[in-house]
Design a protein around this ligand. Structure first.
Ligand SMILES: NC(=O)c1ccc[n+]([C@@H]2O[C@H](COP(=O)([O-])OP(=O)(O)OC[C@H]3O[C@@H](n4cnc5c(N)ncnc54)[C@H](O)[C@@H]3O)[C@@H](O)[C@H]2O)c1
Length: 434
């Protein structure tokens, strides 16, 4: 065990983190590092056992090294909440099949807080939520249990911005915003995050503003990606390489930010969070047309990638029905094993709809891959769709390798390969907008 650094300030010394996933686990480990007495609560017994054995349940090199150095006790027993000065709620905020926000995990975690938290505790919601959830959902549950929020329990929101797999930006240095329903809650939350993060902790005027910040960030990204996805489809018709154009535009040193098109947007945040705002605004009589269109465009990209495949197969007189198609990558982004909202799922569903003979390979998710090596999937595929630009693919796939295994069509869902080199090897190449 490494030495901890005592950064604890004020009287808040013990922290309990509810939800030990991509968000909860890193902050629990960081709080140990900074000298807090930490416990963790999760419903998932497998995760709890792994954490107590010093093993990270998440594929992340940093966490795998840091958890054994900064261990803490995890449990499925909510009574551990009663010792905590600070409770961090880091549970999922998904949407259901029709994209409707599902606040059941937030409500479930708050029920436990309401039952077990001690008087005087500071409760911080870190999960991404629409403006209003802290005051309209969390606060009433605490009040129903007899707490006076802002007096004998304090409520704050500090949306997490972590980007799993990012080696530069982590829970240690990503600036945060904090809002609370009470001055004491704000002061204590600022002191806590100030002791955890080496970066700005910005107080917001209200808890709603803090909630809105995170939804704005992820909606901004969703909208910008939708814009370039739309450009990709338009420029394809105009015979312009969208990637080259974006790179050209990015030479402008101000007022432009490069985003790139792809076969879809995945993960627990960007394709999910805008729906929280869309639905809440609808309840207040506002129709978020722009956000809805962005979601619609981004949701259409996996089917578009399959459409491109179909066009390329047509040009060599192969029907998609019955053709052996290899899907490269199942994770929603490179070099992680996270499947949530991955475009791969929609690509596969679309291929199934057309009767393609599908195989899959993801070096980070072998348990769900039908083929266990890159060679094996290339060998059995007439066509491949690259969904995730894992480093293993970028390092190994060459035009020669594709040609050697008899691949005839290559759909580059991330625009990461050299179109000319692949075409020169006699393989039909199509990217998203190039
Ligand atoms: N993953 C990201 O990159 C990321 C980044 C920033 C913000 N967020 C937001 O943070 C929140 C958490 O996301 P995540 O990726 O860490 O989710 P996750 O699924 O990785 O982890 C959540 C954990 O909460 C546990 N859980 C669910 N309900 C519970 C309950 N009632 N009591 C105890 N444990 C419970 C689950 O078992 C799971 O282990 C979400 O709101 C998400 O939008 C995620």
């Amino acid at each position: 065990m490494a030495e901890t650094m005592n950064k604890v300030s004020g009287k808040d010394r013990s922290v309990c983190v509810i939800g030990l996933g991509y968000v909860g686990l890193p902050i629990a480990v960081r709080a140990v590092e900074r000298g807090y007495s930490v416990t963790g609560l999760d419903l998932d017994e497998r995760k709890v056992t792994l954490i107590n054995d010093g093993k990270s349940p998440i594929e992340d090199a940093g966490l795998s090294e840091e958890l054994p150095k900064y261990p803490f006790t995890a449990s499925t027993n909510p009574s551990i909440l009663s010792d905590a000065d600070i409770i961090l709620i880091c549970v999922p905020t998904p949407v259901d099949d029709v994209h409707f926000p599902d606040l059941a995990p937030v409500k479930g975690a708050t029920d436990l807080v309401a039952k077990y938290a001690k008087k005087g505790a500071l409760v911080v919601l870190e999960s991404t939520v629409n403006p209003g959830v802290s005051e309209e959902v969390v606060k009433p549950i605490l009040e129903k249990a007899g707490f006076v929020v802002g007096q004998d329990i304090h409520l704050a929101h500090c949306p997490e911005r972590i980007n799993p797999g990012d080696t530069k930006w982590s829970v240690k240095n990503i600036p945060r915003v904090v809002g609370s329903t009470s001055p004491e809650g704000l002061e204590r939350a600022l002191a806590f995050y100030g002791s955890i993060v080496d970066g700005e902790i910005r107080p917001m005027k209200s808890i709603r503003e803090a909630e809105a910040v995170k939804i704005v960030e992820n909606s901004f990204r969703d909208i910008n990606i939708a814009f370039v996805n739309e450009l990709a489809r338009s420029f394809d018709k105009l015979g312009i390489d969208v990637k080259d154009v974006i790179r050209g535009a990015a030479t402008k040193p101000f007022a432009f930010m490069a985003h790139y098109p792809s076969c879809g947007v995945g993960g627990h945040c960007i394709p999910v969070d805008p729906y929280y705002l869309i639905e809440r605004a609808k309840q207040s009589g506002f129709d978020h047309r722009f956000l809805k269109i962005a979601r619609e465009i981004n949701n259409s990209m996996p089917a578009y990638a399959v459409e491109l495949l179909q066009d390329e197969l047509n040009s060599i007189r192969l029907p998609l029905n019955g053709t052996k198609v290899g899907v490269l990558g199942l994770a929603y982004k490179p070099n992680v094993d996270d499947l949530r909202e991955s475009p791969a799922e929609d690509v596969i569903a679309e291929l199934e709809r057309y009767g393609a003979d599908i195989a899959t390979f993801d070096p980070h998710i072998l348990r769900l891959s039908s083929e266990k090596t890159l060679e094996a999937i290339l060998d059995r595929s007439d066509a491949v769709i690259l969904v995730t630009a894992h480093r293993e693919f970028l390092d190994s796939i060459t035009p020669e390798l594709l040609a050697k295994h008899g691949v005839r069509v290559f759909i580059d869902g991330q625009n990461t390969f050299d179109r000319q080199a692949i075409t020169e090897a006699g393989i039909a190449y199509k990217g998203i907008g190039r």
